[in-house]
Design a protein around this ligand. Structure first.
Ligand SMILES: [Zn+2]
Length: 239
């Protein structure tokens, strides 16, 4: 860790800031196919085309004093927060030597949670990204049977609910997510994880007293998964 130079930290931080900017734009434009997979390009207030010097992560915001150069209106703090947030998160991960494990996992988990809470769905591309991360960071072959059992059980629940109530009780996105996590953990951890995330969701429904509304489950699953991963990384329990 000592040999990691300042240049490496700055580069990693800068990449984090660009990623933060990109992910925020993806989140803001979710469901709007025209603006997907692009960086921010126009002013939020007047719609004027932004130039490259307005789009340097963190610096542009600070140099412009948090205001747009075209119409001099206040820029949302979300830009600075997401860029500094991911830049510092990446640098902390570099320091602890887990940039490719935790560093590449948590932004995806956060995005899944935010999109699921807002739109009640998990984007397939994020589910596939997570599956890829799991394939690269664990011994998937070990837990194939656990994952198959979890998948069959959840599909059984899904079809039963659909048959009885004529509506989805559980999203297919949640099922894919749980099958992926089963590949990572296997039994009995996946059982604990499903129990804890279900309890958290139930608790949220009881506290908010919104019994009839649709609630996101994926956000609670990734929250629990993220917590498990952190414990495993720093205290070295099962996995
Ligand atoms: Zn403007």
């Amino acid at each position: 860790m000592l040999e990691t130079s300042l240049i490496t930290y700055l580069t990693v931080g800068f990449l984090g800031a660009i990623l933060g900017s990109f992910l925020l734009h993806e989140y803001d434009n979710y469901g709007n196919a025209k603006n997907r997979l692009k960086l921010r390009s126009v002013c939020d207030h007047c719609g004027k085309q932004l130039s490259a010097k307005n789009l340097i992560p963190i610096f542009s915001f600070l140099v412009q004093g948090g205001r747009s150069t075209c119409c001099n209106k206040k820029l949302s703090n979300k830009y600075l927060i997401s860029e500094i947030g991911l830049a510092s998160f990446f640098m902390v991960c570099l320091y602890f030597d887990n940039l490719t494990s935790i560093g590449l996992l948590f932004p995806a988990l956060l995005l899944i949670a935010l999109i699921d809470e807002k739109f009640k769905e998990i984007p397939l591309v994020l589910n596939l990204y997570l599956l890829l991360w799991i394939a690269l960071n664990s011994n998937v072959g070990e837990n194939l049977i656990s994952a198959a059992l979890v998948g069959l059980f959840l599909l059984f629940l899904y079809w039963s609910y659909l048959f009885i109530k004529k509506t989805e009780g559980l999203g297919l996105g949640d099922i894919i997510l749980l099958i992926s996590i089963s590949l990572y953990y296997g039994f009995p951890e996946i059982f604990y994880l499903i129990t804890i995330s279900s309890c958290l969701l139930l608790l949220k429904i009881i506290i908010s007293q919104k019994y009839k509304e649709q609630h996101a489950f994926g956000s609670w699953i990734v929250l629990t998964f993220g917590t498990f991963i952190l414990f495993q990384e720093f205290y070295g329990f099962a996995g």
